[in-house]
Write a protein that binds this ligand. Structure first.
Ligand code: NDP
Length: 295
């Protein structure tokens, strides 16, 4: 069984980002990312802090805009409009989830698609479906695909079952894996809460991706011998022995499933590490595309 660690793969993505960054810098361009954080959700604060830290490490121009949990929709849209108009900002990310009084869909649609490095604007999702490389795909699915490619796991012609159909993960990953080309060409099934006999469906898969949001949901009965398992889930479970009072676990019961697998990603240390790496890569890409548009 091979344990697919996210860190070394993320490092190779950062190495590529740095090479591109140097090239852009010598041409007088500095990639810039703005992250908008609304409210004080501790998990969101932690995600935003690690995005900021990585931006600084890579030398990007980084802006964090913190807004009150009681901000109005108009104020949020105004902030997004200002970032859209700011030539120093190439990527804009509105940290989800937003407080319930705000319209998430309207916020995503307000972002200039050319700066939508989270890849959730309808124009970018359309480009993903059309296999148009000028768009941005969502970062977590991109990270999953990159892990498969870098680990030498063939996707072409293989049966992939993705459990979870969110736009952020499952549905977008399905589009990536069924697209033509390296890391694609798979036969993809997307399962969800209405799927009947889930274990029967997932047992047919050469590659199982779990993006459900339920701790240890996928057990050995869901996975055939020799399958590859990608665990996207990040769930907090109470743990009185842990310093913070909780620990992070995936959607897969790692200890029980790993012995059956050809390869499997851990949580933490797997897909989660890749998401920020792909965000940095999308930001570099956004900067490059902005430079090309100027020419
Ligand atoms: P959502 O809640 O948006 O989607 C969950 C999906 O799982 C839905 O499609 C749902 O089906 C399906 N599902 C729920 N229960 C079952 C069940 N019993 N059987 C089969 N399918 C089920 O979550 P996300 O896609 O946003 O996130 C999924 C997980 O990935 C979470 O743990 C999240 O924390 C993690 N995540 C990790 C990231 C990373 O960087 N590694 C980034 C983003 C998310 P239905 O549509 O029918 O309700």
């Amino acid at each position: 069984m091979k344990r697919i660690e996210g860190k070394p793969i993320a490092e190779s993505v950062y190495a590529e980002c740095l090479a591109e960054f140097e090239r852009l810098r010598t041409e007088g361009h500095l990639p810039g990312l703005a992250v908008v954080l609304v409210g004080e959700d501790p998990a969101s604060q932690a995600y935003v802090a690690s995005k900021e830290r990585k931006c600084r490490e890579l030398g990007f121009h980084s802006v964090k805009i913190e807004m009150s949990a009681f901000v109005s929709q108009a104020e949020l849209l105004q902030t997004i409009a200002e970032l859209n108009a700011d030539p120093a900002i190439h990527g804009i990310l509105v940290q989800m989830p937003l407080p319930s009084h705000l319209d998430t869909d309207a916020a995503i649609r307000a972002i200039d698609p050319c700066k939508d490095v989270d890849g959730l604007h309808p124009e970018n999702l359309g480009k993903l479906a059309m296999e148009d490389a000028t768009g941005f795909a969502p970062c977590t699915p991109l990270g999953c695909q990159r892990m498969l490619i870098e680990s030498g796991i063939e996707t072409s012609g293989r049966n992939v079952v993705i459990v979870g159909r969110s736009l952020l993960v499952g549905k977008s990953l399905a589009l990536l894996l069924m697209a033509k080309g390296p890391g694609g060409d798979a036969t993809v099934t997307v399962a969800h809460s209405r799927t009947k006999n889930l274990a029967e469906v997932t047992r047919r898969a050469d590659i199982v991706v779990a993006a459900i949001g339920r701790p240890h949901f996928i057990g050995p009965d869901h996975v055939k011998e020799g399958a590859v398992v990608i665990d996207v889930g990040i769930n907090r479970v109470d743990d009185t022995t842990a310093k913070r009072g909780y620990r992070l676990v995936g959607d897969v019961d790692y200890d029980a499933v790993a012995p059956r697998c050809e390869a499997i990603t851990p949580v933490p240390g797997g897909v989660g590490v890749m998401t920020i790496a792909m965000l940095m890569r999308n930001t570099i890409q956004a900067c490059k595309l902005a430079v090309e548009r100027e020419l």
